[in-house]
Design a protein around this ligand. Sequence first.
Ligand code: SAH
Length: 251
Amino acid sequence: MKHSARKLVSRRRWIAEHWDEATATIDGAQAEHLARVLRAEPGMEADVVAGGRVFHAQVAAVTQNEVRFNLTAELAADPALPVTLVLAVYKFDRMEWAIEKATELGVSAIAPVVARRTEKHLAQAAEKRAARWRRIAHEAAQQARRSDVPLIHDPVALAARVSAASDATRIVLAEQERTTTLRHAIDEAIVAANDEMPALEIAVGPEGGWAPQEEALFDANGWRAASLGPRILRAETAAIAALAVIASFLE
Ligand code: SAH
């Protein structure tokens, strides 16, 4: 069978680890998958993301652990949503699901934070887990055909993130909030920014919700509390719903 005209799984974008003006390479598990499972061969076409830019490319060389592409033409990149999701560390399986879905929905960055109601053993394991979170984001970005991979910050204590300087409009999702909806908070932020969508930071609490001291801390640092409606959502649902609301303003 001749493969030379075949496109290498047209629905995927391969995110390169290394690149220069004319070439890009994929290594590690991605390269192995390309070489062994998808049987990449020189001449096959693929879309490759290199340094946040998207290219049509052709496979130039394949080894067990590296696939090299020639970049043939640049495509228009689609920008991420201007949102950093500040996500309390909670049950890893659910949290990782939130990271995957937030990536699909276009989040720019995710900042894991240790909250008062983050379980102790999860708080202790969070730092090591960040490498896995980055892999999940990388995979999901590729699967969603994104032209970039969201930045996953190292986990920090909530207070450090809440009180850090920021140019973003900062919104904390809280099920106790009854008057301000997320939609309303974003509307106001857009008006304040002369009809431009401002950069946003959206905080989602752990399974047990924010502690009263944390709500006070958000408030003292200028974060606006917002509601996603009268029902109590799981944290991952809240994150997904919030990103969908934000996307509806832009897309
Ligand atoms: N304390 C709650 C559960 C918290 S839900 C309980 O009674 O069990 C986890 C997080 O999801 C919250 O901290 C909040 O950030 C977000 N969240 C859930 N439902 C929400 C809603 N209706 N509006 C805004 N945020 C919500």
